[in-house]
Write a protein that binds this ligand. Structure first.
Ligand code: HEC
Length: 254
């Protein structure tokens, strides 16, 4: 069965067929739409059979615009999954209840999947990399927000993990750096402006009009932190006034 699957896939891919070969589809197979430009790089010919061999889930490539359970595109919705050679590619799961489709989305974003993508080479040159963090837009903020509002917002949104003030020192997760410690870092403002792009926050944080929605197959594991840029500006203005912790020794972070 697995051999048949892989031969089938190899055949489809080698011919460069992008049209569904027939109406009969394996029960748990699914359709993946991808633009010609991406198919021509050869990446999918390399990646898809590896997934199919491992899982037995057959993938049928179709053209953009055709019905498909999963879509790879440069301009669609969904999380960014890899970058190269000229675009950053997003993976959108249209059929969120389709087991094979969801499994593929998980796999492609897992360590194994990502390694498979980045190990693809043409003439010894890797064509694809993982989307860099810098691609999450980092907005420049000033400190002219309202620090009082900023304190309330910090208590509301951040204090479940961070000690954000004297009063919240005791209720937080021990290993999480306090705002006093973070404030003592030379680049504290950069870290706070970008906190939503720095782990662990992206998995549970939404900044209105800045961050992409949570991937449909990876909802926030905890009650999400939902803020606006105005809120973040206020938080920054509050943190600017937080007394830096006296750390005595150089900070070792991460
Ligand atoms: C669910 C827990 C949680 C919540 C909620 C949370 N954080 Fe964090 N934050 C963490 C942890 C854990 C770290 C340490 C990460 C590390 O050291 O790798 C961290 C680190 C940071 C850092 C330093 C990041 C870096 O890599 O330099 C900043 C800045 C920060 N948090 C700001 C905030 C702000 C602002 C809020 C609220 C709007 C917030 N956090 C809410 C868990 C949380």
């Amino acid at each position: 069965m697995r051999c048949v699957v892989s031969f089938f896939l190899a055949g489809v891919l080698m011919l460069g067929l992008v049209v569904a070969p027939g109406p009969a589809r394996a029960a748990d197979g699914f359709r993946l739409s991808a633009p010609d430009g991406l198919i021509e790089t050869g990446l999918l010919k390399y990646v898809l059979p590896r997934f199919s061999l491992k899982t037995g889930v057959r993938i049928e490539l179709v053209s953009p615009g055709q019905a498909a359970e999963v879509a790879l595109s440069a301009d669609g919705d969904g999380p960014r999954v890899f970058t190269g050679p000229q675009a950053t590619w997003r993976l959108q799961v249209n059929a969120t209840t389709h087991e094979g489709a969801v499994r593929f989305a998980d796999w492609l974003r897992s360590e194994v999947g990502q390694r498979t993508v980045t190990s693809y080479e043409v003439d010894g040159v890797a064509l694809f990399s993982l989307p860099s963090r810098e691609e999450t837009e980092i907005v420049t903020l000033t400190f002219d927000g309202d620090p009082v509002k900023g304190k309330d917002l910090s208590v509301l949104h951040c204090a479940r993990c961070h000690a954000v003030s004297e009063e919240t020192r005791m209720n937080t997760i021990g290993s999480t750096p306090s705002f006093f410690v973070l404030r003592a870092m030379g680049d504290w403002d950069v870290r706070f402006q970008a906190f939503y792009a720095l782990n662990p926050h992206p998995a549970f944080t939404q900044v209105a009009e800045v961050t992409p929605p949570f991937p449909i197959d990876r909802p926030s594991p905890i009650a999400p932190v939902e803020i606006t840029l105005d809120d973040l500006e206020a938080i920054l203005s509050y943190v600017a006034n937080v007394p830096p912790a006296d750390l005595g020794a150089p900070i070792r972070h991460q």
